[in-house]
Write a protein that binds this ligand. Sequence first.
Ligand code: BES
Ligand code: ZN
Ligand code: MN
Length: 497
Amino acid sequence: MQIEVIAGSLNEVLCDTLIIFTGSEAEAPTGIARDIDNALQSQISRLLLDQPELGKFGEINVLHTLGLMPAKRVIIAGIGKDKDFDAEKLRALMGNAARAVVKYDSRIVATYVSHLPVEARQATQAVVEGLILGAYQFNEYKTEKKPVKKIEKLYLAIPHSAERESLQAIAYKAKIIAESVNFTRDLVNHPASAMTPSHMADYANAMAQQYGLEATIFAQTEIDKLKMHAFLAVAQGSAQPPKLIMLRYTGNTAASEYTALIGKGITFDSGGISLKPSEGMDEMKTDMAGGAAVLGAMRAIAQLKPKVNLLAIVPCAENMPSGTAIKPGDVISSMAGKSIEIVNTDAEGRLLLADALTYAKHLGANKLVDIATLTGACVVALGSVASGVISNHDGWCNKVLGAAAQSGEKMWRLPAYDEYKEQIKSPIADLKNSGGRPAGAITAGLFLAAFAGETPWAHIDIAGTATINKDSGYNPKGATGAGVRTLIQLAQDLAQP
Ligand code: BES
Ligand code: ZN
Ligand code: MN
């Protein structure tokens, strides 16, 4: 998709679909929308007078221009009350508009980023991201492929040319970000048999080659040499060998510090011997969403080139029951040397993340972020609206939460009081891998905290946000790509001195 910021009216722009915005407070269209209304013989203002509910937030209505202007149709998108509107709402609204755009097979789309209750720079980013994210489709496994409806061109209008170049640059970055979220969504939407640890490593490698990242993939023997026993314990029940994906991005050669982005890469989570119930088990093909988010973020970072150094670490394995699988009651070791009592083989994510955190520190990372579909308890606590965050460091945690807020992703810090640690004490080993049902998202986080040690660390639990069960705003049913935008924003924020 090509994006062009243009100064002036949209009336003469030849396009399939023009998107205009209207609020529940505005009596008549203003600015660029007013010019369009004039060309359409005031049809829009008359329609809004007759049906003011079209201005409610999220409303999408289509008006056919029937030759009155070069644009074939106008989508009227409702922004609701100005005071409730923000960049993230605009992103969601554009997602709704994107579905209508796709429905009408629009190749050329035009809209504007001025005269909105969000300033032009933020609006540009939200409009571009919302459109690309909302138009996402995953048809890989449909044999009767619908004709691929690709948006080829997007015009973004502003009244004056002064800001043209800076907005053009923002639009270009937004496109990279949204396409990287879609890359993550693709990885997550694939069935587990097409996204084994080996497949995931291949995708990571290909992406790294394409965008010039340094990639290292470790196979079982190398993982074994590193003494990543907790990681290997998870993988030992599966016929699929584990892979450790590592990507390095050096954007600041003057600094030696690296920040590690660590993602859970369980390509299928059956629960292992502590087998999950059949109902909903199919959804566990998405248990590598954290790892996929890290890969998607690295894909964007490699193109945006912020002045920062990053290490991506994604341990990939399948959690399966078999004669070779770990058993409840087993005591295993870990790269850090800590012993772990396995009380539930379904609490597998924290095992491979524990070793990944240890390895990140071993490689010299001085700040850690991990992202994982870690606990059902987090879904109970925050639903599919917000991701849960646990951290051992207020400053670092606020940096991550700030990046989330800036990118429009909702994240909420959970308390990590020492008292909760009682739940993961083991009578036989240093730690046990499950603290039971109460505060399950927190005790999972505190398990990881034991391996993060003194290094500033933040853990993002995306179990509830990585997928969605119905189309909503810019998220079509299926994988959302949760966390990708936050990690990209974090990398950009770290590049600011
Ligand atoms: N992958 C699951 C968590 C999950 C649940 C992700 C729902 C997405 C949606 C994780 O490995 C798991 O099974 N966690 C257990 C931990 C428990 C055994 C301590 C859980 O949350 O039930
Ligand atoms: Zn899992
Ligand atoms: Mn599990």
